[in-house]
Design a protein around this ligand. Structure first.
Ligand code: SAH
Length: 222
């Protein structure tokens, strides 16, 4: 067990990365494919400026446009619940830093990721290119409408909270497909929900309480 609250000796980068993986495991991220993906994708590349040195701590951190990169254990648990298969086409709503999309790119055939802020999409796109992640397509769009031209999707992950699962996203999920998203009033505790589409409808499973920035209508200014 790791106690993150104890004051720690200065650590080398390798030690910090090792503790990062231990912390993920101790918080319930146990799927070996997800852990391998999270070991490969360096969170340090997605956090810029003052907060970069905290990239290997299990906490959300500020990024540009007033948004946040999610807490790594939450990224791990959401990815694990999504149960991504190698041939899947995945839609992510809320590119943010691009970290979650980069992890999905290790597990899926193709990842579409959308954000309402041009700047976030551009910066994440530069990182994907530099890292050779050619199976990610970042796009500027209001993700509440999904991507009708690219639909349907095997998996959909939403990393901003809506009051209800957006109808267009439900409609763009394949039969047998899975969507994971936080649902609830913005700025309070939301519930992480797993939606599975069957031949006859949708099954809903409540996973855990979470806290995400809100899903906002329309495109952002920057
Ligand atoms: N998955 C990100 C964290 C996302 S933070 C990461 O790994 O870093 C949530 C993101 O959702 C923000 O960047 C915000 O701009 C975006 N967002 C909020 N409402 C949106 C909408 N309607 N359409 C697309 N993106 C939206």
């Amino acid at each position: 067990m790791i106690d993150d609250d104890l004051p720690q000796e200065p650590q080398t980068l390798a030690e910090r990365k090792m503790r990062f993986l231990f912390a993920l495991r101790s918080r319930g991220v146990t799927d070996s494919r997800v852990l391998t993906a999270m070991e490969r994708v360096d969170r340090g590349l997605f956090v810029k400026g003052l907060f970069a040195e905290r990239a290997y701590e299990d906490m959300p951190l500020p990024i540009a446009c007033g948004q946040t990169i999610s807490q790594p254990s939450v990224v791990g648990l959401m990815t694990q619940s999504l149960n991504v298969q190698p041939r899947d086409t995945v839609l992510e709503v809320g590119t943010g830093s691009g970290y979650q999309a980069a992890i999905l790119s290790q597990l899926a055939r193709r990842v579409y990721t959308v954000d309402r802020f041009k700047r976030l999409v551009r910066e994440a796109g530069d990182l994907f290119r530099d890292m050779g992640m050619v199976n990610i397509t970042p796009m500027v769009a209001d993700g509440s409408f999904g991507l009708p031209d690219q639909a349907p999707f095997d998996r959909i992950i939403v990393t901003a909270a809506a009051e209800d699962p957006p109808g267009p996203l439900l409609a763009q999920l394949k039969i047998g497909g899975i969507m994971v998203l936080p649902v609830g009033q913005s700025d309070t505790v939301q519930s992480l929900i797993k939606v599975t589409r069957s031949e006859t409808g949708f099954d809903y499973e409540e996973l855990r309480p979470v806290r995400f920035v809100p899903l906002v209508e329309g495109l952002g200014g920057e």
